[in-house]
Design a protein around this ligand. Structure first.
Ligand code: ZN
Length: 417
């Protein structure tokens, strides 16, 4: 099926540069982008066109780190640092997902909210519960979200209500992988973080990931007390990342959230191995974890993508996460005596869209051959003093949008909103 969208097309083909086609055409065949055109190519003259008029058609977002079972506690416990926040709020809330009816209710709403906010791709943590994880995958699939979901593994330090034995964790993971057969939502191996997993479990998870060619997601160097704790648990490992690398969970299909306090050696190893930094600006500030060197990491050639980190982060909308990322980069610049620079709007937008395309084996922007993931935004209700350029309208919408500004969302060519 051919899909032709007409409007003001905005994409981030290159880091820091926007590709803008005013009143252009974005064409996809069977969900795969054919191209962007200023004039409609002759062969499409007799096709139906979906005309969005003066609206903005832009890449939709990839939220590369968020915790689905924390959705009901969004905005709670924001006066606590990471480890206290986990024990006081997060773990007790996550324990509720043993109840599959509750999981269904929460995950249905979460999946629809993601789409409504223009997030079409995710890398998401579930809880340790296999059944709830399958429900989450199903609800995301039904809503039109694509990407990865992980059943969380934790066989230590979760408290009595949120812990598996090592054998349970392994058996449940294997069973989950057998049952996780969805078209658009795929499994990702998810040790919560080093303090949650024994060496035996880590070793087996590394093997499972390797044997099944599965990606991996976890947390890294988020908080200084967490780093000290990891050091106590792994006296043999000089640094935090060694605890993942040692078990074969350190490659170009690995997503590591935060990396706020990563050392030079840790960052170099991420670069050498193609490991992704998932920068979570809002969460880092809420939990007072620190201010990550987001721009420096990008400038040094690391793979950097963005996560909302719900519910450490408090924004569902990736527009807000992009703005938070820019603010965090500015805070870092100030802390660095104005020496490291800050992210521009188009640079941060690239991180929230195109940078993640690479993880999904695609090219940046609306490249030919990519799946069509886009949103359509109506900013006509916002008042301006002068006639704005498309670029100005785009930059404003990152910070300022009316309710209901997103009028349509396409996920892999399917109209899902
Ligand atoms: Zn997280």
């Amino acid at each position: 099926m051919t899909l032709i969208l007409k409007g003001n097309i905005i994409s981030a083909e290159k880091y820091g540069e926007l590709n803008i086609i005013e009143n252009g055409y974005l064409i996809a065949n069977d969900g795969i982008i054919e191209g962007m055109y200023q004039e409609l190519p002759k062969q499409y003259e007799n096709y139906d066109i979906i005309d969005y008029g003066d609206k903005l058609i832009m890449q939709s977002f990839s939220d590369m780190h968020l915790h689905a079972p924390q959705y009901p506690m969004l905005g709670m416990g924001m006066d606590l640092p990471l480890l206290d926040w986990l024990n006081t709020y997060t773990f007790p809330v996550e324990a509720n997902f043993k109840n599959t009816d509750f999981a269904r209710k929460v995950y249905k709403e979460l999946a629809q909210k993601l789409i409504k906010n223009g997030t079409t791709r995710v890398a998401m943590f579930s809880s340790l519960h296999k059944d709830a994880t399958l429900i989450l995958m199903e609800e995301l699939e039904n809503a039109g979200v694509t990407g990865y979901v992980g059943k969380v593994n934790m066989d230590r330090n979760g408290g009595k209500d949120l812990e598996e034995t090592t054998q349970e964790s392994i058996d449940e993971t294997i069973d989950w992988l057998k049952k996780a057969n969805f078209k658009h939502i795929k499994p990702i191996i998810t040790p919560r973080f080093t303090p949650s997993c024994t060496n035996e479990l880590m070793e087996t998870l590394g093997k499972i990931a390797k044997e099944n060619n599965l990606p991996i997601q976890s947390h890294l160097s988020e908080n200084t007390n967490e780093i000290k704790w990891v050091k106590q648990l792994h006296p043999d490992c000089p640094e935090y990342f060694d605890t993942y690398q040692k078990y074969g969970m350190w490659n170009n299909k690995t997503l590591m959230a935060h990396c706020v306090h990563s050392s030079k050696r840790e960052l170099q190893s991420m670069k050498d191995n193609g490991v992704y930094v998932v920068h979570c600006a809002s969460s880092n500030q809420n939990l007072m974890s620190g201010v990550a060197q987001v721009k420096k990491m990008v400038d040094n050639g690391l793979n950097v993508v963005i996560g909302s980190d719900i519910a450490g982060g408090d924004h569902m909308s990736m527009f807000d996460c992009v703005a938070d990322t820019i603010r965090a980069s500015k805070a870092r610049n100030i802390l660095d005596n104005w020496e490291t620079g800050f992210l521009t709007v188009s640079q941060a937008f690239y991180l929230a869209t195109s940078a993640a395309n690479k993880f999904f084996d695609e090219l940046p922007g609306f490249a030919k051959g990519n799946k069509l993931n886009c949103l359509v935004l109506d900013d006509s209700k916002l008042i301006s003093a002068t006639k704005l350029s498309i670029k100005e309208r785009f930059e404003r919408c990152i910070y300022n949008r009316e309710d209901g500004a997103i009028v349509s969302v396409y996920s892999e060519g399917r109209k899902v909103y």
